[in-house]
Design a binder for this molecule. Structure first.
Ligand SMILES: [Zn+2]
Length: 154
């Protein structure tokens, strides 16, 4: 659970449409949800390294007081993105941290959502977590090698 999570805000970019879900499900996603009032929360969606989880699962963490705090599990059900809060999660359902995750799920399921909320990736490739440098690939949030791999189904 203590996977190293890097962020490179200088390579950050807004995610739109289908890129949102593709990024969140990449395995090493780090995203920031920003509200029009300037409030923002940063989340990671990490692929489990342990084989006991099905491949659609992602551990959801929030960057809170300079720490990554586990919130629960992202998964797919009937082709929809879903979130199940952990029983040990200290944030109540009405907390903005949890509302934020649920909003990201809504954005994943509604690529054409019209919203004043904005979702940015934090400059890392969603597949491998390495820093993105090529402007062409920064927009999608996936590095050239990983983009090639995902095209051939890897
Ligand atoms: Zn990559």
């Amino acid at each position: 659970m203590n996977t190293q999570i890097s962020m490179f805000p200088e390579s950050s970019h807004i995610l739109k449409g289908e890129n949102i879900r593709n990024y969140v499900e990449g395995g090493h996603a780090v995203v920031t949800l920003k509200s029009p009032t300037g409030k923002h929360y940063t989340y990671a969606f990490n692929k489990p390294t342990d084989g006991k989880y099905t491949p659609d699962k992602r551990f959801v963490k929030v960057h809170y007081n300079n720490e990554w705090v586990y919130l629960g599990m992202y998964y797919n059900s009937h082709y929809q993105s879903c979130f199940k809060k952990s029983d040990h999660c200290l944030f109540p359902d009405f907390d903005e941290v949890i509302k934020g995750v649920k909003y990201i799920i809504k954005m994943c399921n509604t690529p054409n959502l019209v919203t004043p909320m904005e979702l940015y990736h934090e400059g890392v490739c969603c597949r491998c977590g390495r820093r993105l440098t090529d402007p062409k690939f920064i927009e999608r949030g996936i590095g050239p090698k990983c983009a090639k791999m995902s095209m051939i189904g890897g």
